[in-house]
Write a protein that binds this ligand. Structure first.
Ligand code: RFL
Ligand code: PHB
Length: 410
C-alpha cells in the first residue's frame, strides 16, 4: 500500500535514473560542488549486472578519466585501434587509429563503467537511492520542479531547481514534456540481436562485424577471458529457440573465413535485443533536461548508445556548472540544439552500419546490390574506410576546462 503522506526533500539537481547518464552527471556535478540526488527504480545489484554496451569512444574514455573514474578502465580495458569487416567469407581490416590520427576505442563493459561510478558516488557519500521509482515530474511551468517517487511503502517528493531525466527509454521524464511540443522520430528494423556472453578467450584481437547471407554476426569481447557474441535473429524470436549449440553453429557459419577458428566456451548469459532508432526533440522543457536513452535510441551496430549518453551529460554538466556558478544560462538554452547535432550524426551512422551489415528479408534485389556495393566500397576505399573510422572512434567532444560543447562536425 502506498501511503499518501509525502516526505519532502530539496536539492539543486534531481537526477532520475542511475544508468551511465545519471551516474556520470552526478559525479561531474559533485566534482563542481553542485548537490544532486540520484533516484533509481532498480536495485544496485540489478543495475551493476545489466549486460549492455562494451565499446567506449575516445571522447568517453577521456571524460571518464577527467571525472576521476578511469583508473580501473585504464588497467583492465582493452584499447583497440581497428575492427574487422567480414563480407561473405572474406575479412578486411579497418585500421581505425591509422585513419583517425591515432584515435582508439576501449573495450570495457557498461557493467564495469556503472560499478566504477556507483563506487565513486558511495565513496563521495552523495545521495544515490536504489529501489526508488519516480512516478511523476511536475511543477515545470510553475518554476517549482518536483519529482514524486515511491520508496519502500511511501510516496516522497524531491524539490529541486532542475531535473535531469536520465531514466532511459521507458522512464517518466520524457512524458512530462507537453505532447504538442514533443516531436519524435523513429524506425524499427525487421531483425533483432541475440547476444551471448561466454567464458572463453576471444578468438580475435579486434571486433569482427560480419555480413553473411544467413544474417549479421558480431564477435566482441569483455576481457582477455570473456567473449561477447551476437547473431541477427527474427524481431519476435525468443531465447528458448536458441540452444547454445544452435548459437555456436550460426556463429561458426556467419563468422567463417579461411584459416580462422572460432573457439567455443560455456555460455553464461543469453538475451535478445530489439533494434530501434528513436529521437525525441527538444531535449529540454524549462527546468527538465533529458539525457541519454531518455531522449534517443540507436541500434547497437555502431556502438553509439552509451557514448551518446556520455556526450549529452558532458554538455549538460558544463551548462549546469555555468548556471549555478556564474548565473549564465547560455549552456542550458543551447543544450538541446547542441546535443541533437551529435545525436543525428550518430543516428545516421548507426542506421548506415545496420543497413550495410544486416540481411533484410524484405529487401529488393536492387537494394541488395546497393548494399553489396556499399560494403565493397568501405572495404576497398581508404576514404570510405576513414569515414567509418572517424564515426566509430567518435567525433571529438570539444571541451575547455569545465565547459563542454559537442564538436562542430556533429
Ligand atoms: P539506461 O542505462 O537505460 O539507464 C536508465 C536508468 O533509469 C532507471 N529508471 C528509473 N529510475 C527511477 N524512476 C523511474 N521511473 C525510472 N525509469 C527508469 C533505469 O532502471 C535505468 O537504471 O540509460 P542511459 O543512462 O541513458 O544509458 C544508455 C545506455 O545504457 C545505452 O545507450 C547503451 O547500453 C546502448 N548500447 C551500446 N552503447 C554503446 O555506446 N556501445 C555499445 O557497444 C553498445 N552496445 C547497447 C549495446 C545496448 C544494448 N542493449 C541491450 C539495448 C548492446 C546492447 C545489446
Ligand atoms: C558489445 O561488446 O556488446 C558490442 C560491441 C560492438 C557493438 C555493439 C555491442 O557495435
Amino acid at each position: 500500500m502506498v501511503r499518501s503522506v509525502a516526505t519532502t526533500e530539496r536539492t539543486q539537481v534531481a537526477i532520475v535514473g542511475a544508468g551511465p547518464a545519471g551516474l556520470l552527471l552526478g559525479q561531474l556535478l559533485h566534482r563542481h560542488g553542485i548537490d544532486s540526488v540520484i533516484l533509481e527504480a532498480r536495485s544496485r545489484e540489478y543495475v551493476e549486472a545489466r549486460i549492455r554496451a562494451g565499446v567506449l569512444e575516445q571522447g568517453t574514455i577521456e571524460v571518464l578519466r577527467e571525472a576521476g573514474v578511469g583508473e580501473r578502465m585504464d588497467r583492465e580495458g582493452l584499447a583497440h585501434g581497428g575492427i574487422y569487416l567480414n563480407a561473405d567469407g572474406r575479412r578486411h581490416h579497418i585500421p581505425m587509429s591509422e585513419l583517425t590520427d591515432g584515435r582508439q576505442v576501449m573495450i570495457y563493459g557498461q557493467t564495469e563503467v556503472v560499478k566504477d561510478l556507483v563506487a565513486a558516488r558511495v565513496q563521495a557519500d552523495a545521495p544515490l537511492r536504489f529501489e526508488c521509482k519516480a512516478v511523476a515530474v511536475s511543477g515545470l511551468d510553475a518554476g517549482e520542479p518536483v519529482v514524486r517517487y515511491v520508496y519502500e511503502d511511501g510516496e516522497r517528493e524531491l524539490r529541486c531547481e532542475l531535473i535531469a531525466g536520465c531514466d532511459g527509454s521507458h522512464g517518466v521524464c520524457r512524458g512530462a514534456i507537453p505532447a504538442e511540443l514533443l516531436h519524435t522520430y523513429e524506425r524499427e528494423y525487421p531483425f533483432a540481436w541475440l547476444g551471448i556472453l561466454a567464458d572463453v578467450a576471444p578468438s580475435t584481437d579486434e571486433l569482427i562485424y560480419a555480413r553473411h547471407e544467413r544474417g549479421f554476426a558480431l564477435h566482441s569481447m569483455r576481457s582477455r577471458s570473456v567473449s561477447r557474441l551476437y547473431v541477427q535473429v527474427e524481431p519476435d524470436d525468443v531465447v528458448e529457440n536458441w540452444s547454445d549449440d544452435r548459437v555456436w553453429s550460426e556463429l561458426h557459419a556467419r563468422l567463417a573465413t579461411d584459416g580462422w577458428e572460432l573457439t567455443e566456451g560455456p555460455v553464461t548469459e543469453k538475451s535478445i535485443t530489439p533494434m530501434r532508432s528513436f529521437v525525441a526533440e527538444p531535449m529540454r522543457y524549462g527546468p527538465l533536461l533529458l539525457a541519454g536513452d531518455a531522449a534517443h535510441i540507436v541500434p547497437p551496430t555502431g556502438a553509439k548508445g552509451l557514448n551518446l549518453a556520455v556526450a549529452d551529460v558532458t554538455v549538460l554538466a558544463a551548462a549546469l556548472v555555468a548556471h549555478f556558478r556564474d548565473d549564465d544560462d547560455t549552456g542550458l538554452d543551447t543544450y538541446s540544439e547542441r546535443c541533437l547535432r551529435r545525436v543525428w550524426r550518430a543516428q545516421h551512422f548507426s542506421w548506415w552500419m545496420t543497413t550495410m551489415l544486416h540481411i533484410d528479408p524484405g529487401a529488393t534485389e536492387y537494394e541488395r546490390r546497393l548494399q553489396d556495393s556499399q560494403l565493397r566500397y568501405v572495404c576497398g576505399s581508404r576514404a570510405a574506410a576513414a569515414s567509418l573510422a572517424e564515426n566509430y572512434v567518435g567525433l571529438p567532444l570539444e571541451r575547455t576546462a569545465d565547459r563542454a560543447e559537442v564538436g562542430a562536425h556533429g
